[in-house]
Design a binder for this molecule. Structure first.
Ligand code: NAP
Length: 313
């Protein structure tokens, strides 16, 4: 089968290739998925550029964690999935997986049934970003009637955080550059703010929770009230963390997403009721993986970048 591979650390155009490998066999508790599409995430390009483990995130030269496709075989002890099922998953994360290939072995518990309202490309693009948004909202304890600020509302995680928070009945404020504000509103944000406009940032009224998806970025002072819970998915220096605490913020937590088929099934249920969609920034073929990674590295992605491994799946 055709598989993406990195030859080492370096620029995408220099180290990304497609090679022939054996189709893997599913072991006990595992499922073989014929891959239709696999999403790309900033972690893919960080891992490729450095070729090292990042804390619990295990380096692999056979990349990819997101996947959507069709079950082609099941290993011993798997009775919840059968050949022909349409599935999607965040596979194994933060352990290594290998979904940027024509077939991928995925633990049965990481899989959920793909929503019928999403294309295979959308389902393949969603899992890591959607589970990150879901787990961030859970950690922040976001519930109906609360006000939530999403810093970075137009990216992969941000656009799903807006929709999932709105689906919980929260009122959502989100930041992005002005050209993206109409999209943010279509996803359920009731207030949109240009992150380069200091006066508009300063005018954001206090919120119950902040979800930070942009590196080392604090919410504006006025948005933080006593007890505002803050969840970041990116780095926050000790200095900035201390600054937040001095403003009276409640718990400040940094999370790392983990694979979870049960939560993915809950997200799929929201997709079935058309409460959540996946905005595709761009689609690439497996042979165009280097260009796809360069698009993610631009930092300007709106929604998700996806690799369509096999458009027939
Ligand atoms: N901890 C975890 O488990 C976890 C999971 C997923 C992702 N992450 C990390 O979270 C970060 C975001 O991931 P992602 O997939 O959402 O990234 P992404 O899709 O690449 O984000 C791109 C978006 O960020 C926006 N942006 C850039 N600077 C901004 C700013 N100062 N304020 C508001 N928006 C800004 C851009 O909008 P403009 O074009 O308008 O600037 C663009 O739409 C990455 O660092 C990623 O590694 C962590």
């Amino acid at each position: 089968m055709r598989s993406a591979k990195y030859s080492g650390a370096g620029a995408a155009a220099e180290v990304v290739s497609v090679i022939d490998t054996e189709i893997p066999s599913p072991g006990p508790g595992e499922v073989l998925v014929r891959v239709g599409a696999a999403g790309l995430n900033p972690v893919d390009v960080k891992i490729r550029a450095a070729a090292v483990d990042f804390g619990p995130i295990i380096y692999t030269d056979l990349p990819g964690w997101d996947v959507a496709g069709v079950v082609s075989d099941v290993g011993p002890g798997v009775d919840e999935w059968a050949e022909g099922d349409r599935v999607f998953a965040l596979a194994a994360f933060p352990a290594a997986a290998h979904t940027l290939a024509e077939y991928a072995v995925v633990a049965a518990g990481d899989l959920a049934a793909s929503p019928s309202t999403w294309s295979t490309a959308q389902a393949g693009a969603a899992p890591l970003a959607a589970l990150t948004a879901w787990q961030a909202l859970e950690t922040a304890g976001v519930r109906s009637g609360q006000r939530v600020l999403v810093l970075g509302g137009a990216g992969g995680v941000g656009h799903l955080a807006i929709q999932l928070a709105a689906a919980r009945g929260a009122e959502v404020v989100a930041t992005a550059s002005p050209a993206k504000h109409e999209l943010l509103r279509s996803w359920g944000a009731s207030e949109t703010v240009d992150y380069r406009d200091e006066a508009a940032l300063a005018a954001i009224a206090p919120v119950d929770a902040v979800i930070i998806t942009v590196d080392d970025t604090l919410p504006p002072r006025g948005a933080v009230a006593a007890g505002t819970s803050v969840v970041t998915i990116t780095g926050l220096t000790d200095e900035r963390r201390a600054e937040l605490a001095s403003w009276g913020a409640g718990p400040v937590e940094r999370i790392l997403v983990s694979a979870n088929g049960g939560q993915l099934a809950e997200i799929a249920a929201l997709a079935e009721s058309e409460a959540v969609t996946v905005h595709l920034d761009s689609e690439f073929g497996l042979d165009e993986l280097a260009a796809a990674q360069e698009r993610v590295e631009s930092g300007r992605v709106t929604g998700k970048v996806v690799v369509v491994v096999d458009p027939r799946v």
